[in-house]
Each structure stands twice: as C-alpha cells, then as structure tokens.
Design a binder for this molecule. Structure first.
Ligand SMILES: Nc1ncnc2c1ncn2[C@@H]1O[C@H](COP(=O)(O)OP(=O)(O)OP(=O)(O)O)[C@@H](O)[C@H]1O
Length: 337
C-alpha cells in the first residue's frame, strides 16, 4: 500500500462532539475481512479518516467498496477486523445520529411530496434538524411541494441527501451517489454536498467517476481486491502511478547527461526540447532552472484515470521502470500490492 503524507495531515486533529477524546478518528477500519463463499470481497482493509476530511473511495467493479461501506454502516458484519465510528460501533454511532448515508437505491414514495417525505423521515428520529433547513442545505428548498415521482434522478438524490442530514450527522457516507445522473444533475448534487461539507462534516464517498474524486475529495483511497492500494491527495495519487513530465527548451542537451540529473527516470530530446520523466518534478525543475540554460519550462501531470488504471490493474507494479517512491515529502511507505 502507498500512503502519502496527505493521508496523515489532511485534516485538523480535532473531534467534533463534546466529551470526546481529542484525536478521536471519525472512522477507523482495522484489518477488515469479509468473504462471500469463495469470494474475498474485503481482504485486510485498513483506513483511518479524521474529522473534517472528504475522502473518495475509488476502485474498479467488485473492489469491495460497497461491502466496506455496508460494514461501516453496520449493515454487514465483518468476518474479522474492527469498525469504529467516532470511537463507537456503527450501531451506536447511527443510534446517536453521528453517521448517516446516501445510498444508490432506497425506496422513495413517489406520491408524497418532497417536504412530506422529509417530514415523515424526521418523525423516526428522536431529534432532527428542521425540514426547511435540510431542504435548503440539499439545494432543494424550492422543491418542497413537488411530488417525488415528478423529481429528476438528481433531485431525488438531493432528497436522499436532505433526509441523511436530518440527524445532523458528523459523518456522511455516500455510496456511488450520482450513478445514472446526467452531468448537470451531478454538478448540482456535488455543489450541495460541497457547500454542506464546508461546515466541517466528514464525508466518505464511493464513486466510479474519477473526475468526482479529483474534483471533490481532499483524499483519494484506491481499493483493489478488497485492500487499499494507494492513499493520498488526488495529485499525489496521480504522481505515484504515473510520475510527471518536465519539459523545457534546452538546445544541444544530451540525453545521457539529462538522465543523470537527480530525480530523472528517463530523458528524451526532441529537437531543442527536452522531456524528463520523473516522480520528483520539483527537484528536476529546480535543477533545470538553476543549473542549466533551460527556458520555457512546463510540468505536465498525467491524469487520475492513468493512475487509477495503473494502480488497480493486475499487471503488477505500475511505476515507470527505474522510478522509486523515495520522496519523503509525498510518501511514507513504498510498495504497491
Ligand atoms: N451478497 C453477496 N453475495 C456474494 N458475493 C457478493 C455479495 N456482495 C458482494 N459480493 C462480491 O464481493 C465482491 C465485492 O463487491 P462490492 O459490491 O463490495 O464491490 P464494489 O467495489 O462496490 O463494486 P461496484 O463498483 O461494482 O459496486 C464482488 O466480487 C461481489 O461480486
């Protein structure tokens, strides 16, 4: 597993509830295992999420995302390992309104209005936020009188989001919340989530959409075969798998000299332009600008999709040959399983 410093330092070390020990994690999964017959859906998964983090849980079909989410919500029991939500069992955390979820499905009654649906749901909670407030926060304050059956897919997901906000949870869990929505629906849904998260709520979401993880998460956790294979900011995860290319204009440069620069994994010369593949673009850029006559320097990162494919494929080590994750500012451990 690769862990970056972001995984440790992304959020302030605070707890949100009175009486809770400082440093209590929002979510702590340790050594989680869950099999269905011969299928190891979750196979030794560890994850710690601090209060206030927005974490994307990304992985290919069958990676174990939903099974993990089911266990952290207490909907499935782990075969081994532990789940703690704000230092409690999932059942306790849910009973106390500390965690709630927006799942992909979940029956909505089509003949009720949006406001009636939220009012009905609120009646199941001992304490809840006012209906008008959660509708506003979910960005559907003007849809209270609309029949649920007349709402678009995106509006129905924002209704589920409003319902999840009723207990004012500290941790909100979203399992592929925008599957099937059009681009506009997804944009509006995330705008509402983002605005709400700015108030400090911890959010863990599973998604298939790489651009959602890229755009909305502080931290991306890549899972494969039921385990975490990479963990860091989106930029760090991209950098881990694919490295970067530093290019510059440097007439007369020789590839063998460029390849010897600290941090360069591979060097190419195309006319006056040099292209240096590296997992430490800062060091390489600094060298070019301070020790050579290079001008017009550019640093290009490869996309999260490249990292996703590389890190979750079964073809082995995705790093370019010759690279080694030794940059202490971005990596704390360095193997990809
Ligand atoms: N109830 C079940 N019975 C049998 N196998 C299951 C069950 N639930 C999940 N699995 C299997 O466990 C593995 C992990 O599934 P899971 O749904 O957790 O993956 P996922 O990452 O959420 O996938 P997707 O992105 O396709 O939703 C898969 O091989 C799946 O077929």
């Amino acid at each position: 597993m690769i862990t970056t410093t972001a995984a440790r330092d992304a959020a302030p070390d605070v707890s949100t509830a009175a009486g809770e020990r400082p440093g209590t994690l929002a979510l702590e999964l340790r050594g989680l295992h869950k099999s269905f017959g011969a299928v190891r859906a979750v196979d030794g998964l560890d994850l710690a999420v601090r209060p206030g983090e927005i974490v994307a849980f990304l992985g290919p079909n069958g990676a174990g995302k939903t099974t993990t989410i089911d266990m952290l919500l207490g909907l499935a029991r782990p075969d081994a390992g532990t789940v703690q939500v704000y230092g409690r069992s999932p059942a306790q955390a849910i009973a106390q309104g500390r965690v709630s979820a927006v799942l992909q499905t979940g029956g909505l009654l089509k003949d009720l209005t949006v406001a009636e649906t939220v009012r009905l749901t609120a009646s199941f909670f001992p304490r809840s936020r006012p209906v008008a407030e959660v509708l506003d926060r979910a960005g559907i304050g003007d849809l209270g009188g609309r029949r649920v059956g007349a709402c678009s897919g995106g509006q129905q997901q924002r209704l589920r989001f409003a319902m999840a906000l009723l207990p004012d949870p500290d941790l909100l869990v979203l399992d592929e919340p925008t599957t099937g929505m059009d681009v506009e629906g997804r944009r509006e849904f995330w705008a509402a989530i983002r605005a709400d998260a700015a108030r400090g709520r911890t959010i863990v979401f599973a998604t298939h959409y790489l651009e959602e993880a890229d755009a909305y998460a502080d931290r991306v956790v890549l899972v494969r075969h039921g385990r975490v294979v990479a963990d860091g900011t989106s930029a760090e995860v991209k950098n881990l798998a694919a490295g970067r290319i530093v290019s510059a204009t440097l007439p007369g440069a020789r590839p063998e000299v460029l390849a010897a620069i600290d941090g360069v994994d591979r060097a190419e010369v195309r006319g006056d332009r040099v292209l240096l593949h590296t997992s430490d673009s800062d060091t390489v850029a600094r060298h070019l600008l301070t020790r050579t006559q290079a001008v017009d320097l550019e640093i290009a990162g490869l996309g999260l999709e490249d990292a996703f494919i590389a890190l979750t494929s079964d073809t082995g080590d995705p790093r370019p040959s010759g690279t080694h994750p030794t940059n202490p500012s971005t990596l704390t451990t360095g193997s990809i399983r």
